[in-house]
Design a binder for this molecule. Structure first.
Ligand code: GDP
Ligand code: MG
Length: 174
């Protein structure tokens, strides 16, 4: 069976690597190199079926590169991650989403909006309501707040994404 290719996108420092490593390895790496871009493999079971995932943890969103175009092209589903402590990181996601939609050239790209670092209540600058608002503007893309630190909603965001891909496949959406 072919791999399900997932891509984790978002500004630097929002917790893309921590979320990915927490999901794949079940550990919280507090000191992860921000420049590392790597892919991870994980097999998961959903509704009694087994799926092989290949997860690309991206780095460096500053400029548009041919590299990014390539991995967006081959990606089947996208986690769009911001940090609830960083307004700029949410602003940058709008641009990233536009790139994904343009490159995939499809109105139904599997996507999940993720507000990470939900455990940092004192540093929060983006409310849950603001996250919901963005998800509504994006045509109700599934939205979750997560904490890679506490491992809260980590499995949920990846599973939601895989379910969207499966649903699209069943409905014959390319
Ligand atoms: P990336 O650049 O998006 O890959 O961000 P990282 O995953 O490297 O995370 C950057 C830093 O944010 C990490 O070193 C952690 O200290 C912190 N971090 C990531 N996720 C969380 C989280 O859920 N809660 C808290 N409190 N800190 C986090
Ligand atoms: Mg990283």
């Amino acid at each position: 069976m072919r791999d399900y290719k997932l891509v984790v996108l978002g500004a630097g420092g929002v917790g893309k690597s921590c979320l990915t490593v927490q999901f794949v390895q079940g550990v919280y790496l507090d000191t992860y190199d921000p420049t590392i871009e790597d892919s991870y493999r994980k097999t998961i079971e959903i509704d009694g079926k087994v799926f092989d995932l290949e997860i690309l943890d991206t780095a460096g969103v500053a400029q548009f590169t041919a590299m990014r175009e390539l991995y967006i092209k081959s990606g089947m589903g996208f986690l769009l991650v911001y940090s609830v402590t960083d307004q700029q990181s949410l602003d940058e996601l709008l641009e990233l989403r536009e790139q994904v939609l343009r490159i995939k050239d499809s109105s139904r790209v599997p996507m999940v909006l993720v507000g990470n670092k939900a455990d940092l209540q004192d540093e929060r600058v983006i409310s849950v309501e603001q996250g919901i608002e963005v998800s509504t503007e994006w045509g109700r893309v599934p939205f979750y707040e997560t904490s890679a630190l506490l491992r809260s909603n980590v499995d949920e965001v990846f599973v939601d994404l895989v379910r969207q891909i499966i649903r699209n496949e069943m409905e014959g959406v390319s």
